[in-house]
Design a binder for this molecule. Structure first.
Ligand code: GLP
Length: 241
């Protein structure tokens, strides 16, 4: 695990965008793992800027979202499918058909999860997975207690995560209790993982997953076993290292 401390989220976004740009310039049909939340926004902003100003193209690239809420109506502005469209894919030239997400409204969720794993495999696997981290150490929606070998499946959100994500909804009651998320095993299969975190609120989680034991109690700690994990943090998020 390589940990890089940068002055601000802007530099974090730029360095992560460098890795993604190098990937799609050398492998135009690259498979990107896409995350939601506020942490990846500086990356998406920078990629959109490079698309507009430098001609960085994603026409052949594929995107696979990490996770999705269960129970939000299709097209709900806070469904991750919509968030990823709004924050990233609609701002660049990714073909809409090349953007995939777990189906949180499938009648048979288990079959849909298996199908999602198959789709990732059929695309050749994820080349670069973007990740944020929850204040309780979750990645994707793999809450504490998740199996380190887990694959895409339905999960129940921790109260902490519902509280953290309530800011995206009018009231906490509107935050779904269930989600579909790529598992920790799914995430670990990506060839390169780039996790970004900034702000003091992430300092304890960053300390725990970077320097603590590898444990299901802190799901992001599994990345200590990843052969190519890059952790980009600002000084506030690195304060407890
Ligand atoms: C959500 C997402 C995660 C994200 C986390 C942190 O729960 N499922 O993928 O990393 O929130 O969000 P933020 O970056 O807004 O702090």
């Amino acid at each position: 695990m390589e940990v890089i401390i940068l002055p601000s989220s802007k530099e974090i976004g730029a360095l992560a965008a460098d890795a993604i740009e190098e990937l799609v310039r050398t492998k135009p049909a690259a498979v990107l793992g896409l995350a939601t939340g506020s942490s990846p926004l500086p990356i998406y902003d920078e990629l959109a800027r490079r698309h507009d100003q430098d001609g960085l193209s994603f026409t052949q690239a594929h995107g696979f979202a990490l996770d999705e809420y269960v129970g939000l109506p299709v097209g709900h502005p806070e469904s991750y499918r919509e968030v990823i469209r709004r924050e990233f894919t609609n701002r660049v030239d990714v073909a809409p058909d090349n953007v995939h997400g777990p189906d949180g409204s499938a009648a048979d969720i288990q079959a849909a999860c298996l199908g999602y794993e198959e789709a990732i495999k059929a695309a050749g696997g994820v080349d670069l997975q973007i990740l944020g981290v929850g204040t309780n150490g979750h990645i994707g929606f793999n809450e504490p207690g998740s199996s380190l070998a887990s694959r895409t499946r339905i999960k129940t959100l921790a109260d902490q995560t519902r509280q953290d994500n309530a800011r995206f909804f009018d009231t906490i009651d509107q935050v779904p209790h269930h989600v579909v998320t790529q598992g920790l095993g799914t995430i670990m299969a990506a060839r390169h993982v780039v996790l970004v975190a900034f702000g003091a609120g992430k300092a304890a989680a960053v300390r725990d997953f970077v320097e603590g034991p590898v444990t299901a109690s802190c799901p992001a700690s599994v990345l200590q076993f990843h052969p190519h994990a890059t952790i980009l943090v600002d000084e506030a998020a690195a304060a407890q290292l």
